[in-house]
Design a protein around this ligand. Sequence first.
Ligand SMILES: Cc1cc2nc3c(=O)[nH]c(=O)nc-3n(C[C@H](O)[C@H](O)[C@H](O)COP(=O)(O)OP(=O)(O)OC[C@H]3O[C@@H](n4cnc5c(N)ncnc54)[C@H](O)[C@@H]3O)c2cc1C
Length: 297
Amino acid sequence: MTRILDLLDAGRCFSFEFFPPKTEEAEAQLQQTLVELAPLRPSFVSITYGAGGTTRERTHDLVVGILRSTQMTPMAHLCCAGHTKDELRSILARYRDEGVANILALRGDPPAELHLPPGDLAHAAELVQLAREIGSFSIGVAAHPEGHPASPDLASDRKHLAAKLAVADFAVTQFFFRLEDYLRLVDDLAALGCDRPVIPGIMPVTNLSQVTRFAALSGAEFPADLATRLEAVAENPAEVRRIGVEVASQLCRDLLEAGAPGLHFYTLNRSTATREIFATLGREAVANWPSGPARSR
Ligand SMILES: Cc1cc2nc3c(=O)[nH]c(=O)nc-3n(C[C@H](O)[C@H](O)[C@H](O)COP(=O)(O)OP(=O)(O)OC[C@H]3O[C@@H](n4cnc5c(N)ncnc54)[C@H](O)[C@@H]3O)c2cc1C
């Protein structure tokens, strides 16, 4: 069993995030993406969870499918919102019994139209503790470099994040576009006595309207100069992608130079942008990381 904490102890990790597809066509697209990204030998891949349990079985099946039929190490996202403690215990025990070693413990925001009761656990930190009772998982949590959009202020968000990281092993960030937002997060955590690894989340811009929508939802500020550059070529999707890959590659380089413990790519179940960034970063950056089946199994 490969635990992400052990990989992080050994060096930098790079990882890819996927969501469970809803249709046969989307399933075929994801399988193709997995085949195309496998040669990059990611340290781990993570699978999102629909808050309130909307993808409960699909997330489970994809995580276990990757564990059993590929060489990649999966991490299962799990959201506590809308679930009872018993439901969460049973989801976690099933993962434990199937040999899934890595959990990303989240609160989640169930869609309002589900009209779900809030659930037994109010915050992700409580899910981390519940997971610790169930199995010897390596447990990650979410971090928001610019603060969680619903937090009353940045200082209280940082305090809650530091408390969450005191029980978890590592964090993965929401995507962001400015190096200084990540550096400030790490500095703020250090000032609170927290030195757990924080893996930066990278979202290459391949589609302007999609990313501005995501950024509005996640609280990540989309830099005005990048928006202007992309709007100028909005009619030319290939040029939008080229600029998006160039900007994301530079951010990755800067993050690694600044000492980030790895990179986590929001792939949106596509491989091209991630592969292009890896090609730009250079093979040696990837080769020296504690990743992939040859070293981890
Ligand atoms: C890497 C990553 C992966 C994600 N994957 C998914 C996914 O698969 N599915 C999904 O639905 N969503 C996902 N999300 C989104 C996430 O669920 C939302 O951002 C959600 O609103 C907050 O989740 P959290 O785990 O950060 O919650 P929490 O850590 O519980 O924080 C939520 C809010 O409560 C505050 N808070 C925390 N503890 C306390 C406390 N003790 N008292 C008072 N306030 C407190 C925090 O400051 C914050 O404002 C992901 C986010 C990231 C960054």
